[in-house]
Design a protein around this ligand. Structure first.
Ligand code: ISE
Length: 364
């Protein structure tokens, strides 16, 4: 693949913080429009639902990148986004891949692996929404294909790594020694019941990645406890053992009163709790209150912009550096073991192949 031409885009991007092993933990810098803000690199966006449209709009706002195609079988939605961004729509993403320099894959999860493999095959940088795949075997196939190429091109949309509250925690941990315990709290506000497996694979996979990222460790075993109310899963709690000897707990509420994501880490020399989001405190009628909000999208709007800027900048730099296909596979493996534990009632081991050399510079 010829290097995508993002050359004039990156001048104000300073280096992200990297941990000792080179894993990126922050990228909050602005990429500004240059005076020569001519779109030169052509990104195809597959899927125009909430995430795909968000990514496409963010790309359209960044100098040096253009959305050259949007793809979605929904003609009305696809055409509407294409019109908004002044680009082209096609129903089948496969038809535009060869006319793109990079791909964003944000279609339903079951189609991720086909598009990601097509990108790997062509050496195209690809940002794939989480989860990387639905089936573990598909995630393995992507890691194998990338390994056979000998270089990373895949980034997975584990965007907590770009969220300022999480980045502050990661930065604090660099001087607090070995991680002993990670506690993730994830409160969703879904009203339509979902099976535990779906909760694990599409929602808790974020927290699984957060644990791996912040602890710089792999999860080696997991035990799942669920609370059912009125016959549907309400809470899912994972208890994990880490390969650094530490532990982690992930507490997920499917139908909480407001959407909240938080993390606290205890390490050898101290502990760190993610800051509260900035929200006004309202004093009224003898009480103090603060709005929580009930959607998972708006708390992370800036995070998605930062993620996109860094992904595009990484293409300029010629290095894939965000969450990798390996991270996608590892998180998927934990979700799969957690689902097995839900059925068996016992702790389940997480099995991972040896980490290929192309992922050795990454964390954990
Ligand atoms: C979504 O992808 C998220 O990122 C949210 O954190 C999660 O709560 C939601 O269930 C997911 O669909």
């Amino acid at each position: 693949m010829s290097a995508p031409a993002f050359g004039h885009l990156s001048s104000s991007v300073s280096s992200p913080r990297t941990s000792g092993d080179g894993h990126m933990t922050a990228a909050p810098q602005e990429i500004e429009r240059g005076s020569d803000a001519r779109p030169t690199s052509r990104v195809g966006v597959i899927g125009v639902g909430g995430m795909g449209a968000c990514h496409a709009r963010n790309i359209a706002d960044i100098a040096g990148a253009e959305v050259t195609w949007v793809a979605d079988p929904d003609a009305a939605a696809g055409q509407a986004l294409a019109n908004e961004l002044g680009t082209r729509w096609v129903a089948d993403g496969n038809e535009m891949i060869d006319d793109c320099d990079a791909l964003v894959v944000a279609c339903p999860e079951e189609y991720h692996s086909g598009y990601v493999l097509a990108a790997v095959d062509r050496g195209l940088p690809v940002l794939c929404e989480k989860p990387l795949t639905v089936e573990l075997a598909e995630a393995r196939a992507i890691v194998d294909a990338e390994t056979a190429r000998g270089a990373r091109v895949v980034q997975v949309g584990f965007m907590r790594q770009y969220d300022e509250r999480h980045v502050q925690v990661a930065n604090a941990l660099t001087s607090l020694g070995e991680v002993n315990h990670v506690r993730c709290i994830h409160r969703n506000t879904k009203s339509t019941p979902r099976p535990v497996l779906e909760i694990l694979v599409t929602s808790m996979v974020h927290d699984i990645h957060t644990v791996r990222w912040l602890s710089q460790s792999e999860i080696v075993s997991v035990s799942t406890s669920t609370v059912h109310r009125d016959g549907v899963p309400r809470m899912v709690v994972l208890s994990c053992r880490l390969d650094n000897g530490g532990v982690a707990s992930i507490e997920f509420d499917e139908a909480a009163t407001g959407y909240e994501v938080s993390v606290e880490v205890s390490a050898q020399d101290g502990n760190v709790l993610a800051a509260e989001p900035h929200r006004a405190l309202i004093r009224n009628r003898g009480a103090v209150s603060s709005k929580i909000g009930d959607d998972w999208f708006s708390p992370f709007l800036d995070t998605y912009r930062i993620e996109m800027r860094d992904w595009l900048a990484s293409i300029v730099a010629g290095e894939a550096r965000g969450p990798s296909a390996w991270d996608g596979l590892a998180a998927q493996s934990v979700a799969t073991a957690a689902a097995a534990s839900e059925i068996s009632g016992h702790s389940e081991a997480v099995t991972l192949p040896d980490r290929p050399a192309i992922y050795q510079g990454d964390h954990s």
